[in-house]
Design a protein around this ligand. Structure first.
Ligand code: SF4
Length: 303
């Protein structure tokens, strides 16, 4: 038993078995990289845009899903799947084109859900009209890059949107039948301490989100953050401090919010620092130990 609500528990209860995410790269870019909102992107964004290493942009979405399903079926005996549109901004196209892309994901009834990663300024009503249709039959998640509710930090990391945009997007998504929001939070952003992290967790918890993904700021090769780090302009958290702040997040979000990630990994060849982020199991264990030490659990400090 965890002292928080793992996403796997939610999926097992809903679908009767473990459900595996299959990532696809549908060839999107991002308005924060192509000059529409800004150029250069968020300081931590690299050319892969969070793409899973096994994704092949040369294949169609359908081919990628079929290949990914085969992979996890053979490796884990997986039976049910969520198609995860992960790389860059996966709602950044006209509505008709989005529909033709998402439709390809449903290669069989074993694809029980879809998760779409995007930015708060890219979920207009036409986009939601398209996505809402999938919720009639499937579990539909919009994974929203919120990162923090502090505008000063959002400006410092060149996000190109405000905290108000994030909260408006969450409200717009939650008005749609069946759509669920998973908010991404980055811990250890420039200028933020534990107090700012707690404020982010509380505000998001109150906003009605259904899930969170939390990870520590880390530096990848070829990013603006790499340059800042080399010049001594970017401080990164120690593992112990990250663990404490991850527990702070858990204590300050409602008990019913699914916890979809508590640490982020990066391909070793692209990771600059901190190297400890690639010790996932150790970090998860440390979070368990810290919650036990505090005699605490998810939602303990929610208002
Ligand atoms: S919003 Fe996402 S894809 Fe766009 S620049 Fe930022 S991290 Fe990269």
């Amino acid at each position: 038993m965890k002292r928080y609500y793992p996403f796997n528990d939610y999926l097992k209860k809903k679908f009767g078995c473990k459900v595996y995410k299959v990532s696809v790269d549908a060839g999107f870019t991002c308005p924060n990289r192509d000059g529409t909102v800004a150029s250069g992107g968020c300081i931590y964004c690299d050319d892969a845009g969070s793409r899973a290493s096994y994704c092949d942009r040369g294949l169609s979405v359908r081919e990628q899903i079929l290949k990914g399903i085969e992979l996890v079926r053979n490796r884990y005996g997986a039976r049910k799947f969520i198609a995860y549109f992960q790389a860059f901004t996966n709602t950044y196209a006209p509505a008709a084109k989005l529909k033709s892309i998402y439709d390809q994901a449903f290669v069989s009834d074993d694809v029980v859900g879809i998760a779409i990663g995007t930015r708060p300024d890219c979920v207009g009503e036409e986009v939601l009209d398209v996505i809402e249709q999938y919720a009639l039959k499937r579990d539909v998640w919009i994974e929203l890059g919120v990162q923090t509710v502090h505008d000063r930090t959002l400006a410092a990391i060149n996000r190109g949107h405000t905290a108000g945009d994030s909260l408006s997007a969450i409200r717009a998504i939650k008005r749609r039948a069946g759509l669920k929001v998973c908010a991404h939070i980055i811990v250890g952003l420039p200028g933020e301490g534990a107090a700012e992290t707690i404020e982010t967790a509380r505000e998001l918890s109150d906003s009605g989100i259904d899930g969170v993904k939390v990870h520590c700021l880390h530096v990848l090769k070829g990013t603006i953050a790499e340059k800042m780090f080399a010049e001594g302009k970017l401080a990164l958290l120690a593992r112990e401090e990250y663990v404490r702040r991850a527990c702070d997040v858990l204590e300050n979000i409602r008990a019913g919010i699914t916890v979809q990630r508590l640490t982020g990994e990066a391909p070793a060849e692209r990771l600059v620092a901190p190297l400890w982020v690639n010790g996932k199991q150790r970090i998860l264990k440390m979070i368990d130990v810290e919650l036990e030490r505090r005699d605490s659990f998810q939602g303990k400090l929610t208002r």
